[in-house]
Design a binder for this molecule. Structure first.
Ligand code: GA4
Length: 329
């Protein structure tokens, strides 16, 4: 277990929260097996930029295999895990998020999902079993990507876009710049010292990509910000997936969908494990509103490519609004 001294804990942000945080019951629920889901998905993306998916078709064994490999990894000694770090941006990271001073009560592995990624980086810690985690990640990511594409196609249909694969083709492209993240939030017993307050596991932010697919164990912590700025706690559900609209999808819909601001609070008793697939376009892809969604209006955004947006994003702090730099004045 990670043990931190008291002064160290003061370096982490805390948020005021009513204790215990009450769960929000209004998270839109999408049953992917139902043909009528297209309108509900569009509505969820407009209202929340966030929804929960059931009947997703991702095999349970892929989820549990990856979960057990991740637990093995995070249970190994820190000195061993650090051999796969620092996250630059890929690799093992502990408490430091990005390169601009953000910290959180979290340790993680970040990998690129394209074939060039060097899993050997993890070989030293995982020894002969390095293939196990690689295979588990690959199986899981392929299945989740398939589901993400299905969602994006249903979405395109719901938006009455003729080209059904207009979004999904960007994830299917062999050059798709997608990322996969395993986050482990160790329990933080000291959190009780701040009564009515919570330690930040992962600070508030929006995801830069098109779509993010999150699965976690049954430990709470995820919160999303509603349009009015209120934070609500999402009830955990290990059998479902949670979908985030990313900044790029906000732009492609000319602001009709909003990328969801979200964060994770540390838990005082239970550890939280989450796995997130961030579906992004190829680096050279132009990110711009789709003509059929412009409704005679001008684009709200300047022209930019994904690589331009990404470079700019990596210079920001986690909580920054990264899209303002690309908005037309
Ligand atoms: C947020 C979404 C993904 O987790 C991520 C994050 C990335 C990182 O952890 O390296 C960033 C963050 C994320 C956005 C702003 C920059 C980059 C940390 C940070 C401060 C992998 C991503 O693509 O963007």
């Amino acid at each position: 277990m990670v043990v931190l001294s008291k002064p160290a804990i003061e370096h982490f942000s805390i948020v005021n929260n009513c204790k215990p945080p009450s769960y929000f019951s209004g998270v839109p629920l999408i049953d992917l097996s139902k043909p009528d889901s297209k309108n509900l998905i569009v509505k969820a993306c407009e209202e929340f930029g966030f929804f929960k998916v059931i009947n997703h078709g991702v095999p349970t064994e892929f989820i549990s295999k990856l979960e057990s490999e991740a637990i093995k990894f995070f249970s190994s000694p820190l000195s061993e895990k650090e051999k796969a770090g620092p996250a630059d941006p890929f690799g093992y990271g502990n408490k430091k998020i990005g390169s601009n001073g953000d910290v959180g009560w979290v340790e993680y592995i970040l990998v690129s999902t394209n074939s060039e990624f060097d899993y050997n980086k993890f070989a030293s810690i995982l020894g002969v079993n390095s293939e196990n985690i690689r295979d588990a990640v690959n199986d899981y990511v392929s299945a989740v990507k398939k589901m993400a594409c299905q969602i994006l196609e249903v979405l395109a249909e719901g938006l009455k876009i003729q080209q059904r694969n207009v979004f999904s083709k960007l994830l299917m492209d062999e050059k798709s710049d997608s990322v996969f993240r395993l986050n482990h939030y160790p329990p933080c017993p000291e959190v009780e010292e701040f009564s009515g307050k919570n330690l930040i596991g992962f600070g508030e932010h929006t995801d830069p990509q098109i779509i993010s697919v999150l699965r976690s164990n049954n430990t709470s912590g995820l919160q999303i910000s509603l349009k009015d700025g209120h934070w609500i706690s999402v009830p955990p559900d290990q059998n479902s997936f949670f979908i985030n609209v990313g900044d790029s999808l906000q732009v492609m819909t000319n602001g009709r969908f909003k990328s969801v601001r979200h964060r994770v609070l540390a838990n005082s008793v239970k550890s939280r494990l989450s796995m997130i697939y961030f579906g992004g376009p190829p680096l050279s892809e132009k990110i711009a509103p789709l003509p059929s969604l412009m409704e005679g209006k001008d684009s709200l955004y300047k022209e930019f490519t994904w690589v331009e947006y990404k470079k700019s994003a990596y210079k920001t702090r986690l909580a920054d609004n990264r899209l303002v730099l690309f908005e037309k004045i």
